[in-house]
Design a protein around this ligand. Structure first.
Ligand SMILES: Cc1cc2nc3c(=O)[nH]c(=O)nc-3n(C[C@H](O)[C@H](O)[C@H](O)COP(=O)(O)OP(=O)(O)OC[C@H]3O[C@@H](n4cnc5c(N)ncnc54)[C@H](O)[C@@H]3O)c2cc1C
Length: 417
């Protein structure tokens, strides 16, 4: 197999293309946007967070979700309008509750593998992505949530992640901008943050320099598995034949999978972010250490001196990408409440769709037809996991997965559907 098409130029597509080129493949990348990283990989929470690897498939999360549905500013919102895709996905999600423990441990392991792989790609290509290696601090205002975090930490330890419980005093030593109304926290020193858009664009430029063919502004309308390979139909191009294809099309991977004879049940789980542009006084008042407020389900990242990213919300509302003012408001209010010295005059709002599998594990591996592969469905952790899944996928394409070190984790996805 020589020439591979990669469908999508978000973080998963670009890292996949990079890893395939390392194996000696000729690569052609398609994206419907004029530039790389214009959809979910545009303005996410920024966290490279093994410490956020807990899957959501638990009764505790479901019960919390039901309570949240009664509150207008809650971090979860479900559009009750009937939709077979949404409700069947939710049933499948519930069916994976018995796998909560195993899938959380597996995600931690994958996140740990991913770090070195992603940093190596960035370093080799000289891409600056506002990488901050100051750790991630999970913060708690109630003893009950802190106790729940203690239990999750034990699972993380089984996956190989070490983090430490910190007192309110230690928390303000770690991040002096933090207020004093917390009961405690968990600090993961080895986690980090960065700008997903900058890294994806930088790597997209790098693969171009290395000789990849990159077709921007091309909507792929159809893909067809044929004898000996796959045909790609893109608007504005003649149909093109490849020895193989890797589907990395984010929330749209599901429809390409069904054209290729596979079931990849991704649901688009919408989230929002704001990027607060920091004037000089605000720069001192905003935290540098990345935070995860577990009760509000909000994450933060400092992107250089001048930008502070705050993200959250899980909205089940189909493929709608509208930026709703009533969902942005809680993010701005959270900044005003927790960091009153940060001016929120200049705030850039954004919404994106997390490509979420019901078991919350990415789908990485072969499809049913020869030459068909997937690296998609990374949900709330695509930035964190992309370095590892790109390498695993490239090994699968090259047939060298047995030799891969560390051995790929058994992603619930490695089987054809
Ligand atoms: C609010 C929010 C906060 C988040 N925070 C974090 C975080 O802190 N840490 C973390 O690890 N993850 C986070 N995530 C998740 C992470 O951003 C995603 O998992 C990741 O960006 C998904 O990347 P992707 O390449 O799979 O999808 P995308 O970036 O969406 O890329 C898919 C690409 O496929 C292209 N495409 C689709 N259909 C077609 C077609 N028909 N023809 C041509 N091209 C097509 C699209 O144009 C797009 O560029 C967050 C997500 C959200 C929404």
């Amino acid at each position: 197999m020589k020439h591979i098409a990669v469908l999508g130029a978000g973080i998963t597509g670009v890292t996949t293309a990079h890893a395939l080129m390392d194996k000696g493949y000729e690569v052609t990348v398609y994206d419907r946007n004029r530039y790389a990283a214009m959809e979910t990989s545009f303005a996410n929470g920024g966290q490279l967070s093994a410490s956020n690897a807990e899957v959501w498939n638990s009764w505790a999360t479901v019960l919390k979700g039901i309570k949240w549905m009664m509150r207008a500013d809650a971090p979860l919102l479900v559009n009750p309008k009937p939709s077979w895709h949404k409700y069947s996905w939710m049933l499948e999600f519930l069916g994976h509750i018995p796998n909560y423990r195993a899938n959380t441990i597996e995600t931690v392991r994958l996140a740990l593998q991913a770090r070195e792989a992603l940093f190596d790609m960035a370093a080799r290509e000289g891409v600056d992505f506002d990488h901050e290696t100051r750790g991630i601090l999970h913060v708690y205002k109630s003893a009950k949530s802190l106790a729940a975090a203690d239990r999750v930490s034990k699972l993380y330890a089984e996956g190989g992640l070490s983090r430490r419980r910190v007192t309110p005093e230690e928390m303000t030593e770690i991040e002096p901008a933090l207020g004093r109304d917390y009961v405690g926290g968990w600090f993961t020193e080895s986690d980090s943050t960065g700008d997903i858009h900058k890294l994806t664009v930088g790597l997209a430029e790098a693969i171009l320099r290395r000789g990849a063919h990159v077709h921007y502004g091309r909507e792929v309308t159809k893909v067809a598995a044929e004898q000996g390979g796959v045909r790609v139909f893109a608007q504005g191009d003649a149909p093109a034949f490849y020895d193989g294809i890797v589907v990395c099309a984010g929330v749209h991977s599901r429809s390409f999978a069904s054209q290729l004879g596979d079931r990849v049940n991704i649901y688009p789980v919408k989230g929002y972010s704001i990027t607060v542009e920091l004037d000089e006084p605000s720069q001192a008042a905003a935290p540098w250490v990345s935070l995860l407020d577990d009760d509000a389900k909000i994450v933060t990242s400092r992107l250089g001196a001048g930008r502070f990213r705050v993200a959250g919300t899980a909205e089940y509302n189909g493929y709608n990408r509208d930026i709703r003012a009533d969902r942005i408001r809680p993010l701005v209010d959270w900044v005003a409440t927790n960091f009153p010295g940060v001016r929120t005059e200049r705030v850039v709002p954004w919404a994106g769709l997390r490509p979420m599998m019901p078991n919350m594990l990415p789908r990485v591996g072969r499809g049913r037809a020869p030459g068909v592969f997937y690296n998609t469905g990374h949900g709330h952790l695509g930035w964190t996991l992309s370095g590892a899944t790109a390498r695993i996928l490239a090994d699968v394409v090259a047939g060298t997965e047995a030799a891969a070190a560390p051995k790929p984790v058994a992603l619930g996805s490695a089987q054809p559907a």
